[in-house]
Each structure stands twice: as C-alpha cells, then as structure tokens.
Design a protein around this ligand. Structure first.
Ligand code: HEM
Length: 505
C-alpha cells in the first residue's frame, strides 16, 4: 500500500514537472518581451505586492527593462515603464494599443447587461460615444457660441459659481474639525451634473450625497489588495463573498440613477434644442432609430452618463482632498499661495481661468500636487488591437498593455527628489511656470483622459477659491502629517483626515 502511495506521488510529481516544462517551452517560443517565469494558473502572483502593484512594476522594470511581460492569473499583460517606452506606446503606436483592457469586476456587470465603464469603453459603441464626450467636454467653459449644447460662458462661469458654493459650504464648517470628502466632492459633482444633466444639487441633497459616497467607496475599493487579487482570479472568486460585491452594488445604484435621468430626458426631449450632454446623445439615438444595429440605446447612454459622472467627480475631488492635506503639511507653501492670490485676484473677486497666466506659483503647485499624488499610477489598461511588432517583440492581439504613469511622474532625472513635494519641479529660475513633457497624469494619445481640460480648470479655480477665503488648519502638528496613501491600486487614495478652516477676512 505504502509503495503504491509513493509511486502515485512520484508519478504526480513527474507529471507536474512535465507540464511546467511544456508550459515553459510554449511560453519561451513566443517572441514576447522578457519577464519573470509564470506558474500555471497563478501566473506571476508571487512577484507582485498586492498592496502596491505600481511599486512591484518599478522593481520588475529594474530587473527586466522598460518593457516586460507578466501573467495576472491567465491574463497576459505587457507593462511599459519609463518616459521613452510609455510615450512610444501612447503616441507612436496610438492605434495599435488603443484598445481598452477590461477589469473583471466590471466585466461581470457587462455580462449581466448592467453598467460597466471599463468594459464598455472597449466597444465600438462606446468609442463613438467617448468621441462625442471628448468634443462636448472640450467645449465646456471655452465655447461661447455653441447653441447645440448649453456649455456656459467663456470664462468657466458655471464653474466659478460652483466654486462660490464650495466656499459658502466651507463657511458652514468654520471653527470645527470636519472631514472634507463630501464638501470637496460637491464642486466637481455639480460641474459634471450640470454638463451631463443640467442639474445642480444643493450640498445637503440626499441623492447627491449617496452618489458621492458610492463614487468615493468604489475608488477606494478598486485600490485595495483584494480587488487587485479579484481582478486576476475573478473566475474562481466570483461567487465568494467579499468587497467586490459591495463595489458592484454601488455600480448598479449609480447606473440605476443615470438610467432614470436618461429616461426622463427622453420623454421631454426637443431634438432641435438639446439642453445638455444627455440630450445630445439622445438626439443621436433618435437619428439612428431605424438602423438595424443602433449604436446608441437608452442603456448605453445611461452607462456613458454613469461613467462620466463617476470619473468626473471622484478624480478631481480626490486630487483636491489630497492637495489640501499636502498644503497643511507645508504651511510655507500655503502662505505663498495666499500672497499670490491676494496680489492677482484680491479678496473678493471670484477667481477666473485667465488668472492662471499671472499665477505661476499656483499653477506649479497644482501640477506638483498631481505629480506627487500620482492619482492613477498604472493608468487605465490598454489592449493591443492587433498583433503588433514593438521594439523587436511580437505582442499578440488582445494582450493587456499597462503604460505606467508613475514611471513618468516619479522620473528622478526630470524631477529631482521625486519623493519630495516641491513646486519648484514646475518653476524655472525666474519663478515662471516650467512645462515638463513627463507630466502626464491624464495619460496621452488616443485614449487620453476625456476630462483633462475640465479637471485642470476645476483644480485651479476650486483651489484658488478655497485659499482666497480660508487658512487651512491641521489638527496635528504639520510635521506629523503622513502623506502616504491609504491604499494604492487602481488609484492612489489619500489618508483619511479632518481639518479646520479659518476665514481670512
Ligand atoms: C485629476 C483629474 C483626472 C485624472 C488624473 C484623470 C486621469 C485619467 C487617466 C489616466 C485616464 C486613462 C487614459 C488612458 O487610458 O490612456 C483617464 C480616462 C478617462 N477619464 Fe479622466 N482623469 C481626471 C479627470 C476626469 C474628469 C473630470 C472626467 C470627466 C469629465 C474624466 C473622464 C474620463 C473618461 C471618460 C476616461 C476614459 C476615456 C476613454 O476610454 O477613451 N476624467 N482619466
């Protein structure tokens, strides 16, 4: 009996070795970029620190070079690291690598016909819709004459009014410590709600607060180690309990809200006079009503509205929240900002976008905040749209491509002492703003962030308006403020904190 057991164990062991060696041969016969040897099923799980995957990418790039292959479970991924290689992928190969890699946690919603930002972004439908979004958002705050969509006036007036609301809301909290998450979220949330739905929420509106909590929770959950693990092994984990279920529940709620608004808009649509972005998409839907394969449906429009709502709110508000924490740690930087605001804008005029030209220090601080916090460290995944010959390697169609943004924003040649927060990274010796081509927090190329222009305006206007009216006061000694993120994954999440604001006049 014992002999039989030993023989079976040995045979099993030989079979495993054989499988591994066949797998190794098949794997090395492809002309893929180098990378650590993947094990069957788990791939390169052991080479990754799930609590900080961008850091693992940096470590692997030191070993394998700027372009390397990894397996996340069965999924083949090519990671691209460093300015030259990332630029090549995003700009020189912009068509070949313009597909959208899908996150498993959203994929399941797609399978159930529910909302899915990433997954939908890879379809033709969404590419068309995203094209329309790019055009519409590019005109927000800059196009005086558009009568096809209400896009407000040339100086971002709507945004300015919202900045004012933000300040009013801040006054409510004067003198008592508060968590700034929802107050800061209210600004970007109202800007995007105005564009998408021509809607403005009072700051204590229950629906708005519920949506903002769902956005905020999802951005955090997407950045936790469990979700990194889940996205690689969703096939095995799908039916288990866990925070992925909470994330999907939030996505459903956001999508439900968007679908209700889209249906309301459809019922009162006047195609000759679209009121907002949703109406513009509905007009397109009406035009292709008789097409056998319509690109636009009420459902796909709701998905786009939900995507833009989430992306448009959470990114900008997280940047502001992280930004205020950084400024509390460096009161001397906050002081210089007050001085510049007082000189250029004064105490009562509402900040305007044109002020940016005369405010190089604020401009540099906003850039440095975005560089330092590295909001989307590993970018959104791209996908090879066909077999591509890249730097002598063959990258098969469907391979997920990760053009990391950390590798540009933390490049130590371009930004000396990248781990330190230094507005001087974006200032020349005369104190003028200094451009850097390595500054790509919004990525670049065909898939560059749709909301880049909008986000830049918001960050400048909201931060200027807040600092025009308030001094920030930390509850702990500034030296003890720890700026390390609370989670790093899909995003870089700031630690939870409270602050006080003191009126300046
Ligand atoms: C600080 C603010 C923001 C940052 C750092 C940021 C960053 C990014 C990044 C890195 C990407 C991926 C680009 C790529 O795949 O190459 C992206 C995509 C996207 N962003 Fe942003 N974003 C911000 C604000 C916004 C805003 C305000 C909106 C909405 C108005 C928005 C909507 C989107 C959408 C819809 C996509 C997907 C585009 C596509 O798939 O073609 N983002 N963003």
């Amino acid at each position: 009996m014992a002999v039989l057991g030993i023989t079976a164990t040995l045979l099993g062991w030989v079979a495993i070795l054989l499988l591994v060696s066949i797998w190794k041969q098949v794997h090395s016969s492809w002309n893929l970029p180098p990378g650590p040897f993947p094990l069957p099923i788990i791939g390169n799980l052991f080479q990754l620190e799930l609590s900080n995957i961008p850091k693992s990418f940096t470590r692997l790039a030191e070993r394998f070079g700027p372009v390397f292959t990894l397996y996340l479970g069965w999924r083949r991924v090519v990671v691209v690291h460093g300015y030259k290689a990332v630029r090549e992928v995003l700009l020189d190969y912009k068509n070949e690598f313009s597909g959208r890699g899908e996150l498993a946690v959203f994929q399941e919603h797609k399978d159930r016909g529910e909302s899915n930002s990433q997954a939908r972004w890879s379809t033709t439908t969404t590419r068309t819709v995203m094209g329309a979004s790019r055009r519409a958002l590019a005109t927000y705050g800059t196009d005086n004459h558009s009568n096809s969509i209400r896009m407000n006036s040339g100086d971002g007036l709507c945004m300015q009014r919202i900045a004012q609301f933000l300040v009013e809301e801040g006054k409510e909290g004067v003198g008592r410590p508060f968590d700034p998450t929802l107050v800061l979220g209210g600004g970007p949330c109202n800007v995007i709600a105005d564009i998408l739905l021509r809607r403005r929420f009072p700051y204590d509106d229950d629906t708005c607060l519920r949506l903002m909590r769902a956005f905020n929770e999802n951005f955090y959950l997407l950045s936790t180690p469990w979700l990194q693990f889940y996205n690689s092994f969703a096939d095995y984990l799908r039916y288990l309990p866990g925070s992925h279920r909470k994330l999907m529940k939030n996505v459903s709620e956001i999508k439900k809200y968007a679908l209700e608004r889209v249906k309301e808009h459809h019922q009162s649509l006047d195609p000759k006079c679209p009121r907002d972005f949703t109406d513009c998409l509905l007009v397109e839907m009406e035009k292709e009503k008789h097409s056998p394969e319509p690109l636009y449906t009420l459902d796909s429009i709701a998905v786009t509205v939900a995507d833009l709502f989430f992306a448009g709110t959470e990114t900008t508000s997280t940047t502001l929240r992280y930004g205020l924490l950084i400024l509390m740690k460096y009161p001397e930087i906050e002081e210089k900002l007050h001085e510049e605001i007082d000189r250029v804008i004064g105490p009562s005029r509402i900040p305007a976008i044109k002020d940016r030209l005369e405010m190089p220090y604020m401009d540099a601080v906003v850039h440095e905040i975005q560089r330092f916090i590295d909001l989307v460290p590993s970018n959104l995944s791209h996908e090879a749209t066909r077999d591509v010959m890249f730097r002598g390697y063959v990258i098969p169609k469907g391979t997920v491509i990760i053009p990391t943004l950390t590798s540009l924003l933390y490049d130590s040649q371009e930004f000396p002492d990248p781990e330190k927060f230094k507005p001087e990274h974006f200032l020349n010796e005369n104190g003028k703003f200094k451009y850097s081509d390595y500054f790509k927090p919004f990525s670049a190329g065909k898939r560059v962030c749709v909301g880049e222009g909008l986000a830049r305006m918001e960050l400048f206007l909201f931060l200027s308006a807040i600092l025009q009216h308030f001094n920030l006061k930390s509850l702990v000694d500034p030296k003890d403020i720890d700026l390390s993120p609370a989670a790093v994954g899909f995003g870089s999440i700031p630690p939870h904190y409270k602050l006080c604001v003191i009126p300046r006049s």
